[in-house]
Design a protein around this ligand. Sequence first.
Ligand code: HSE
Length: 375
Amino acid sequence: MAAACRTSPTPTNLSGPRGRSPSIPRFPTIRCASQPLRTPSKTLATADPVPAFLSVTAFAPATVANLGPGFDFLGCALDGVGDTVTVSVDPAISPGTLSISSISGSAASAAKLRRDPLWNCAGIAGIAAMRALGVRSVGLSLHLEKGLPLGSGLGSSAASAAAAAVAVDGLFGGRLSLGDLVLAGLESEKKVSGYHADNVAPSIMGGFVLIRSYDPLELLRLEFPTGQDLYFVLVSPEFEAPTKKMRAALPAEVKMKDHVHNCSQAAALAAAVVQGDVKLLGMAMSSDGIVEPRRAPLIPGMVAVKKAAIEAGAFGCTISGAGPTAVAVIDGEEKGKEIGDRMVEAFLRDGELKASATVARLDRIGARVISSSAF
Ligand code: HSE
């Protein structure tokens, strides 16, 4: 674990290699209390570690940020969908540097991405992880497989960054703490959309993650009770809602009554997660009075989609991240198809937008190494 970061209560499986099993203790807090943000651990930064593998592949899941009133401080991971990154030791690459060899995946997403590592989320986070580890003697090549569409509100950039940071760390035997990995991912988020960890932290850690503080970075995992089901209906319209533009639409100041309302809803949301109360979770998620009212009118049909989801039986609905995806919460997969159909219809009827629906379960694991090759 990095010298300046610690986890409490001492969970052995949270700071070790990322190919771990998902048996996670309740309420671990990852603190990077004594180091400024984005500064790598001194101990590791001078290490120049030897690679443990020739190549490592890591997967990182999609995420839903904000969940209504949790703007910039709460997010959760989604099972099954995400990005995959492979990093390999490559003698053709200058020592201490990283090159992007190829990008594949959905044609639309992959074709839009740059291969310059300084302008690619996976590249930026991979380089940040190398810096945090103190890698100087080997060069790396990186392959990105985009599983997520760009600008969808499902944490596409964060998933690329998370997978890259975890793959680079895995290549050197899994030496970074979760806090270090999130800081590496944050370097990418800062460059592409804004300094917010509510996508990259849950993508790396899995489950629900609350960002209690940014400076110093303090992450609090909120454990949704095991044995209880939680599903999300995700409806993505054919519409672009760039995070930078959606952030620019937000008010610089809020009224005291809105502050009180949103704080109470966010607190209820956190309580609902740890109590496994899906009904309360949905109500709180639907009750953002600050961000959603400014953004929903910018996404054609969103107001009607939310209404349709709740009328069809969802416990709550809001914008996923900065949009344009709408996310509704349910407690059983079987209800998802009908609710998704109603939401798709509403996007078409009221927003004149074609949309597609998927149902995803809560991911409780986060980014992980999925394969490796020895020298
Ligand atoms: N909290 C960020 C926002 C998430 O809403 O702008 C972006 O995915």
